[in-house]
Each structure stands twice: as structure tokens, then as C-alpha cells.
Ligand binder design. Structure first.
Ligand code: PGA
Length: 241
């Protein structure tokens, strides 16, 4: 694991956004693994400004998002499909049908998870995966568990996740379940970049990098991946020894 501490989230966003753009200039049809939440927003802003400058095109890019809420219409403003549309897709030249999500409303959940996992493999796997980390060490929505997950599955969200994300749902309860890529599938990405900022992430960051590898701290599995870079701000890095 390579660990890089930068001044703030905007500096991190510039570095990672530029890294994605460099990949797309070499491989315009790359398969990108994308994340939602606050952490990736500066990265998406950098991609958009590089697109507006004419430096990069997303026309041939294929994307897979890590996770999606269950029992929330795809058109709901807090669905992750809506998030990606607002934060990136509507502002670049990506083709909508090249953007892939788990369908959190699928009747046959197991079939939906198999479809998603098979499609990733069919398109050659994820070339570059962007990740955030939860305060409890989750990646995607892989919450602390007794065993590492493999393929996509439906998960009950942990209390700390509900607490962290309920602020996005003003007048309604947030979904209690989601569908997520499993840890094993995330680790199959050829390269992974993880962003963590703020003191609330410091303990999870310490455990991910310097703790034991355990499914109780799902992000610790990244220690087993050959090409991971962790981008931190000083607050998120503050508990590293
Ligand atoms: P955040 O979420 O970027 O909104 O902090 C990260 C996560 O829960 O994985």
C-alpha cells in the first residue's frame, strides 16, 4: 500500500482526477470503478474541468458503481445513479448505456447480483477503482462481518452508516439495505485509489493500513492488493504511527 498525505480534499481531487485522465488518454475505453459519497466529489470536479478544457473524453469509458440503495427509485435524488448523474455523468460526454449500477429494486436480487458481476468480468474487469472508506472501515457497503464477501450481494446497513448518511435524507427515512460489490470483487480491480479525509475517518484509516487484516474492518483487505494508493488529508492521517 502506498500512502500519500496531501493538504486537503481539493488537492487530493486534483491528483486523482488527473490520474484518471492520464489513464483515459492511454486507454479511452477503460473500465472505471466509481464511488459515491462526499469523498469522490473533488475528483469528479477535476475530471469535469479537464473535460471542459478538452483534455479528456469519456465517450468510450465504461463504468461500474460500487453500490446502490434498495427500495429507492433510481430517479430519487439520493439514489446513487442520480448522484453520479449530477456529480459527473451529466457534465461529461459519457454514454449513459456505458454506466452500470446494481438495481437495488430488482425482484430477483440474486440474479441481479450475478448479472452485475458477470458484466464486469465480460468487459474485462475494472482497470481503476475509486474508493472511499466508512467510519467503520467499510468499502462499498461491505460492513464489518465475520467473513470477507466475494460477489455482489444485498446488505443491511450498519448503524454507523445509517448515522453517517441519514443527513442526506431530509424528510424521510433512509433505506436500511443496499446492494454492493463484494470485497473479493473490489480486490479484482487492477488498481485501486482510496480517499479518506477528516478526523472521523482517522481510526478506520489506521486500522486499514496498520491493523490486522480482518473482515471486521473490511478495508483492511486492501493490504492484500498489489496496487493500492491511499490518499489522506492530515486529519485522516493523524493516527498513523
Ligand atoms: P463519504 O463516504 O465519502 O461520504 O465519507 C465514504 C463511505 O462511506 O464509503
Amino acid at each position: 500500500m502506498k500512502v500519500i498525505t496531501l493538504n486537503d480534499e481539493n488537492e487530493i481531487g486534483k491528483v486523482i482526477g488527473d490520474y484518471f485522465c492520464t489513464l483515459l488518454r492511454e486507454n479511452p475505453a477503460a473500465v472505471l470503478g466509481l464511488a459515491t459519497g462526499a469523498s469522490p466529489i473533488p475528483t469528479y470536479q477535476r475530471m469535469i474541468s479537464r473535460f471542459n478544457a478538452g483534455d479528456v473524453s469519456f465517450a468510450k469509458v465504461r463504468t461500474f458503481n460500487l453500490d446502490e440503495y434498495c427500495n429507492l427509485p433510481a430517479t430519487h435524488p439520493q439514489s446513487y445513479r442520480s448522484f453520479m448523474h449530477a456529480q459527473l455523468f451529466a457534465q461529461v460526454d459519457i454514454a449513459q448505456n456505458n454506466t452500470h449500477f446494481l438495481d437495488g429494486n430488482a425482484m430477483d436480487e440474486a440474479a441481479e447480483c450475478s448479472r452485475f458481476d458477470a458484466l464486469i468480468e465480460q468487459l474485462g474487469g475494472v482497470d481503476l477503482q475509486l474508493l472511499g472508506i466508512g467510519r467503520n472501515g467499510h468499502i462499498g457497503f461491505n460492513e464489518p462481518a465475520d467473513a470477507f464477501t466475494q460477489g455482489s450481494f444485498k446488505v443491511q446497513l450498519a448503524p454507523s452508516t445509517l448515522e453517517a448518511n441519514s443527513g442526506y435524507f431530509i424528510d424521510e427515512n433512509m433505506p436500511t439495505h443496499a446492494m454492493t460489490m463484494g470485497v473479493g470483487a473490489i480486490l479484482r480491480a487492477k488498481e485501486i485509489l482510496l480517499v479518506a479525509t477528516g478526523a472521523a475517518k482517522a481510526e478506520a484509516v489506521r486500522a486499514m493500513i496498520q491493523g490486522e487484516i480482518t473482515p471486521q474492518l473490511p478495508a483492511s483487505a486492501l493490504q492484500n492488493h498489489p496496487k493500492v494508493t491511499i490518499y489522506l488529508d492530515p486529519a485522516a492521517a493523524s493516527l498513523l504511527k
